[in-house]
Design a protein around this ligand. Sequence first.
Ligand SMILES: O=c1ccn([C@H]2C[C@H](O)[C@@H](COP(=O)(O)O)O2)c(=O)[nH]1
Ligand SMILES: [Zn+2]
Length: 155
Amino acid sequence: MNGTGDRNSKRTDFLEWQEYFMAVAFLAAKRSKDPCTQVGACIVNDDNVIVGIGYNGMPKGCDDDAFSWAKKSQNRRDNKHLYVCHAELNAILNKNCSDIKGCTIYVALFPCNECAKVIIQSGIKEVVYMSDKHAHKCNTIASKKMLNAANVKYR
Ligand SMILES: O=c1ccn([C@H]2C[C@H](O)[C@@H](COP(=O)(O)O)O2)c(=O)[nH]1
Ligand SMILES: [Zn+2]
């Protein structure tokens, strides 16, 4: 609706682009099987076209019923962090165009250092994030150090 009930004029309560892309990232996160942290990512080009979507999950062929989702298992080889592909990596690998240089990535959670490397190498120029709850951790500090050096903006 347009907020006034007037059906002859444009709706005014539509989603703005940024809200829309972040909502797509959050929708993608709902596909994640991770019991603790679900992350989604949405890559957008200069024409406001979505060119890649991803969420955190086990690599292809790695049965997500067979691989452990534990964070602190007795057996350290069962730690999910050894196996899970991060949302940003999947979104970049899932791109539906040849080149994502200059694109923006919308993410639910500030990208870790490993994702920052892939973001930088892919040519993405901006990161829009919702949560920075791990800001104090070394991997987030390293991530920001690399993004700053590579002139990738984040907000
Ligand atoms: O940049 C990131 C960082 C983390 N993830 C994923 C990887 C894991 O599935 C979870 C983190 O698990 P915790 O239970 O919070 O340790 O989030 C990601 O996709 N992108
Ligand atoms: Zn990551």
